[in-house]
Design a protein. Structure first.
Length: 277
């Protein structure tokens, strides 16, 4: 099974009611929630989103930035890591209880290098999250160097992490190569970040986030991924593909093109137009 969706639902022009999850759910079967990275969302938000989506719709929820080492400044949770992780787990309960949670994505930062301390951090996160399905994405190249690649993948398999495979600019140590290997038989993720090499490293600019994900995949690049996905599908029950190249409005179009190339026609999506009678 291959499911394709986008990062967020508010930035995409899908023909009418831009920014509405109900509209988004008529086009795609999954979505990545990225607001959860910036703040632990109130439980009522997730309950609302569950109600606004079709029965077989799925959510991938990004872990809060304090849980992945991105947080700058003081932790807003007075009780530290215990309170932070528990608050996050409680917040996503409506999605989990509705059977709509595909995974919580732990995307670690570009400075999170492969060493024993980092491995301990990952193990602690896994233990704190309990029975929540988890996906793991690295941004530091050291995890997939020639001498560490197989060890990293073996570790993820032993610990039960789903692999979040990246298509991203190859811009030094703060980016990872495409590693086409599933680490969990149930699900594997692929996230398309674009290939804007210059924008990827320009973090000193005020609008660096907009520039970083500014990229439009061409048909040949997507055809190459079609072949990769068909091979990867043999290793895992479900593939969840997320297009994160939102800056220039290309994500939805690229996702639709890939869906067409793969011959995907999803059933059970929300109706795009209500019948008159």
């Amino acid at each position: 099974m291959i499911n394709i969706g986008l990062a967020g639902w508010g930035d995409h022009d899908l023909g009418g009611n831009k920014g509405k999850l109900t509209t988004y759910g008529s086009h795609f079967p999954i979505v990545e929630v990225d607001t959860s990275f910036y703040a632990v969302q109130p439980q009522r938000n997730y309950a609302k989103w569950v109600q606004e989506t079709p029965e077989n719709f799925g959510f991938i929820i990004k872990a809060y930035q304090g849980m992945t080492g991105h947080l700058r400044g003081e932790n807003p949770f007075a009780g530290g890591a215990d309170e932070m992780f528990e608050a996050f787990r409680q917040s996503i309960r409506p999605v989990q209880e509705a059977g709509k949670l595909k995974a919580v994505l732990f995307q670690y930062p570009p400075w999170f290098a492969c060493n024993k301390g980092s491995v301990d951090v990952i193990r602690e996160a896994k233990a704190r999250m309990g029975d929540v399905p988890l996906a793991l994405e690295f941004r530091h190249q050291s995890w997939f160097t020639e001498d560490m690649r197989d060890k990293t993948l073996a570790f993820m398999k032993r610990e039960g992490w789903m692999h979040s495979i990246c298509d991203e600019p190859q811009a030094g140590t703060g980016s990872v190569p495409i590693v086409l290997e599933a680490t969990n038989p149930d699900m594997t993720m692929v996230r398309f970040h674009g290939r804007n090499v210059g924008g990827w490293v320009q973090t000193n600019e005020a609008n660096w986030r907009d520039v970083r994900y500014l990229y439009d995949y061409n048909p040949q690049e997507l055809l190459e991924w079609k072949a990769r996905l068909l091979r990867l599908q043999e290793q895992t029950r479900e593939l969840c593909i997320i297009f994160n190249n939102n800056s220039g409005g290309h994500a939805a179009g690229n996702a639709k093109t890939l869906m067409s190339m793969l011959g995907l026609d999803y059933e059970g999506l929300a109706p795009r137009q209500l019948d008159l009678f």
